[in-house]
Design a protein around this ligand. Sequence first.
Ligand code: NI
Length: 552
Amino acid sequence: MKKVVIDPVTRIEGHLRVEVEVDDENIIQEAYVSGQLFRGIEIILKNRDPRDAGLLAGRICGVCTNSHFRAAVSCVEDAYHLQIPKNAQIIRDLMTMALFIQDHVVHFYHLHSLDFVDVTKALQADTALTSKTAYTYSDNPFRNSKSHYENVKQKLKTFVDSGKLGPFSNGYWGHKEYKLTPEQNLIIFSHYLDALKFQTNISKAIAIFGGKTPHPQSIVVGGISSVADMLNPARLNEYIFIIKESKEFIDRAYIPDMKLLATAYRHEIKAGSGRANGNFISVGGYEFDDSKLFESGVIYNHDFTNIDAFHHDKISEKVDRAWYRDDNQEEPFYTDLNKDATLKTEKNSDKYSWIKAPRYDDKPMECGPLARVLVSYSKQNRTLKPFVDTFLKEVDLELIDLSTTVGRNAARAIETQYIAEFIFKLTSNLLQNIKYYDTRTWTKYDFDTLAKESKGRSFFEVPRGILTHFINIKDKKIVNYSVIAPTTWNATPKNSDNQKGPYEEALVGIKIEDTKKPLEVLKVIHSFDPCLACAVHIIDTKEKELSSYKIK
Ligand code: NI
């Protein structure tokens, strides 16, 4: 058995090491995925005023900042049984939805697309043919003139001629795994550059109601503080304009690019490449009038006909194979050292990650856009279904095909398109409220008279999957705080029962063409959109009792 180690994995958030064992034909037989940096933000939260939880927990991650900020504030509101006004809910949703769009687009183009696009090959593209090729995937392709592609090629040529490829310098260019024609490479590369500007614009949309981004600051316990922005029609218009512009890019570039990949990598998709264990979990959410963005439910073993109801008390978390003491899960216990305290080159067979092992019904689960799309589609979510059906029909694929490396990306793009539509519903709802003089944004409460002791929890679907925050409050101070983030689920280590998590399972069976250039491994891992800063959390088992939190 030969080992292939990638440490660190780049083009992700945080510190991730992947170690795989391959057989004589370089087919992966075993995988170890390891979170490499201890975090411990929960320790900082202890003994703090619960009203500060949002601003502190927001610092768990600079990418998912909005997600933790909101989840923490909601968690405190749950503990104190505070209901927030409808407008505050909408404003929070508008920030969250814009973050979904930003995250997904940035993930594909800037973190993942170069696993499919050979930048150097784009230089060989015939620009007239490129323009023609783009019509295969869209009736109205984004910035599709011959002269535009000439410009893009020129930009790229300047990079290459200078010998300084900058962000493109360390690619495995020329690898056999790259399957696109020069023209297809140029199309997606051109969108890579466009997505840089996209990223700036969509960040503005979050900041309109968040005050700033990353780390917005307008969510407060009881509601929101960006009242003046909500009541200013110019601000709301600006937000809607950015979403409309974003939607153009999603419909005319992002979705067509997914069709392009689904076609070019059809063989790989049909072979089920990158498929994990087929267990999916979604807590659903973002309900509005008669529509709901995501359904909640649990899928076992790719059975799309029986969707189990989600029960929070089936969630458990273990540390058998994580660097925490078995008898005190809050205490870090790093074992990956030799006797002389130098780092080992191979992982221990027992403990090997700072990430804990969350399980649902004792099983590892995949969460994220793919899980949401599969659960919502299987539960016949009326608004999402047409988006999925259209995509699958156009590329001639089935629902099960989405449970692959490329499919995971397609699900993410379909979700982005669907969310952009949903935002317009939200904004018209907000306008309606304001028109009828409902301008409430905050629920008044008297902090001194609130319960002395209470527990709260919040469950949210955030861009990468399920985010859960738990809080214990005693005498107006936080006594315990726990988080389970999406990447904790997907990048989980094994447990004593040796079940592989989604990342590890998805890697097994993949053939590596050249073990010195393990592009295939990166492609699988990137398709999950890892966020390692979010994934590593401690948990206090003495206070734990995750199951004592009841979903209303
Ligand atoms: Ni994060």
